[in-house]
Design a binder for this molecule. Structure first.
Ligand code: ATP
Ligand code: NCN
Length: 204
């Protein structure tokens, strides 16, 4: 783990990958990405909104273009953050194995660091081609209030566990607040509050 936290190998970039449905993106996502970027000396963190999140198919998910635009708005002010459309443009259900293969092809000079909250990390063995994921990227599991952070059952050396400032924010709670007419100010970036309002998202 310490080797992963040290400086990048000569000639190699370090690319963080923050995958998520981002419906909507909130400060929990942004703080996790920022903290990991600093701890692991990442050159960039690319946020990758899902196309069709197959494990959320029982839930109503907002249109990909809205989730993409909210992610662009939320990350625009940070020069280290960018947003990729690869999972949206590929079409069909989103599998991280495809995300990582595509990002490696697009960034042959970079080592990948996939960032996941404790809840997502605990589900990783249910993901498509789970055993291959760790050959394509290092995984960084971050703390999230209400969830245990563990690498039990995951490949040794393939995962680092990191404590990040605790923000008890979820997209589910943000959506429910909007439905009830409660504020989401300061849970999501200001521009995202405005976008939700403009597009009338989550109004039941
Ligand atoms: N508050 C948080 N702290 C740390 N990690 C988080 C937090 N919220 C989300 N994450 C992580 O960010 C990634 C993307 O999360 P996602 O877009 O599904 O947000 P969510 O808040 O979990 O959404 P939902 O409530 O709709 O399930 C996942 O790896 C998730 O674990
Ligand atoms: O690869 C899979 O099978 C897979 C299954 C569930 C989630 N993921 C990825 O995990 C990240 C967080 O997903 P979610 O559904 O919690 O927003 C996002 O990048 C998803 O594409 C990936």
């Amino acid at each position: 783990m310490e080797e992963q936290r040290g400086p990048a190998a000569p000639g190699r970039r370090r690319l963080g990958v923050m995958g998520g449905t981002f419906d909507p993106v909130h400060h929990g996502h942004l703080v996790a990405a920022s903290e990991v970027a600093a701890l692991f000396h990442l050159d960039e963190v690319v946020f990758v909104p899902t196309g069709e999140p197959w494990q959320k198919s029982h839930k109503a998910v907002s249109p990909a273009e809205d989730r993409y635009l909210m992610t662009v708005i939320a990350t625009a002010s940070n020069p280290q953050f960018s947003v990729s459309r690869i999972d949206i443009d590929r079409g069909g259900p989103t599998y991280t194995i495809d995300t990582l293969r595509d990002l490696r092809e697009l960034n042959p000079d970079a080592d990948l660091f996939f960032i996941t909250g404790a809840d997502a990390l605990s589900q990783i063995l249910t993901w498509r081609n789970a055993e291959e994921l760790f050959a394509l990227s290092h995984f960084i599991g971050v703390t999230r209030p209400g969830h245990d952070l563990t690498d039990d059952g995951l490949p040794k050396g393939g995962v680092s566990l990191v404590e990040v400032p605790a923000l008890a924010i979820s997209s589910t709670d943000c959506r429910e607040r909007v439905v009830k007419g409660n504020p989401v100010w300061y849970l999501v970036p200001d521009g995202v509050v405005r976008y939700i309002d403009k597009r009338q998202l989550y109004r039941a």
